[in-house]
Write a protein that binds this ligand. Structure first.
Ligand code: G3H
Ligand code: ZN
Length: 276
């Protein structure tokens, strides 16, 4: 079965480490993440965006991730990443996701609060953890271009109010992080520290692929318990695919070769997040 995400993130926050949340859209990346977690003997979150669900099919990707976690014997859970609306959040709760993100960060503040509260009520009644976002990151999830500076950073006061009003289990903040690892991505660690003092739930950093190791280590000390990783996964998978000679005739060899760099990048991230 899946690990209890809310409990594991709280344990990470107070234990001085973080849990990596790695994006997948298919069997091979899912297998690679599980292999890395088993070798590192460390918990992981395997997450699917709405576009990954559209690509693979909700039941298909849910079954792939659940089966791979069970067969690997690892401590892990599937998570909806960047759920943009009620329908996708409800569908994931209903099929069995133990954790969902409802991302209303682009909505006016009051609409973000209302949507998030609605998902929290539905999810918590079914024992499902909820992550939400306050503040706007510089680049959309899955984007590869754009500036690192977010449209609007999170603030201590509004984050504390948002957490109180919605009842979420973890909060994603915008403090200079951006999706797609743009050049110059840098966390405002002073702002992070001020935000973390106003709340007692775990913090989540999206857009971690482009962050310096030192920023990640300092952020963990300020209560960040989850780092999202997609760009490093995408790039390493493509590197693996392109490393195969074009004469290769068996596509299974192509996809197996592509898993190797993904396993390595996930192991390297787990080593960094585990803070050992
Ligand atoms: O939600 C997914 C992550 O925030 C992606 O971040 O682009 O730095 O890998 P990344
Ligand atoms: Zn993200």
């Amino acid at each position: 079965m899946f690990m209890n995400v809310a409990k594991e993130l709280q344990a990470a926050k107070f234990g001085g480490y973080a849990i990596g949340a790695f994006n997948t859209s298919n069997l091979e990346v899912t297998k690679a993440i599980c292999l890395a977690a088993r070798e590192m003997d460390f918990p992981v979150i395997i997450q699917t965006t709405p576009s990954a669900i559209k690509y693979a099919g909700l039941k298909q990707i849910y079954d792939i991730v659940r089966n791979e976690i069970e067969e690997s014997g690892i401590k892990a859970a599937i998570h909806l990443d960047h759920g943009k609306d009620w329908d996708v959040a409800k569908a994931c709760v209903d099929i069995g996701y133990p954790s969902v993100m409802i991302d209303g960060s682009k909505l006016p503040y009051d609409e973000n609060v209302a949507l998030t509260k609605k998902v929290v009520e539905y999810a918590h009644e079914r024992g499902v953890a909820v992550e939400a976002e306050i503040g706007v990151l510089g680049v959309e999830e899955g984007g590869e271009s754009g500036s690192a500076r977010g449209d609007s950073f999170s603030s201590p006061g509004q984050t504390a109010e948002f957490v109180k009003k919605t009842g979420i289990d973890s909060v994603a903040v915008a403090i200079g992080n951006a999706h797609g690892a743009p050049a110059g991505e840098k966390l405002d660690l002073g702002l992070l520290h001020r935000i973390s003092k106003t709340i007692d739930i775990p913090l989540v950093i999206h857009g971690s692929s482009g962050l310096e190791d030192s920023d990640i280590i300092t952020a963990i000390r300020s209560g960040v318990a989850k780092f999202n990783v997609d760009t490093l996964i995408r790039r390493s998978y493509l590197d693996g695919i392109y490393s195969v000679p074009k004469e290769e005739k068996d596509y299974r060899n192509l996809f197996e070769a592509a898993m190797v760099p993904v396993v390595e990048v996930v192991k390297q991230r787990i080593k960094l997040f585990s803070n050992n």
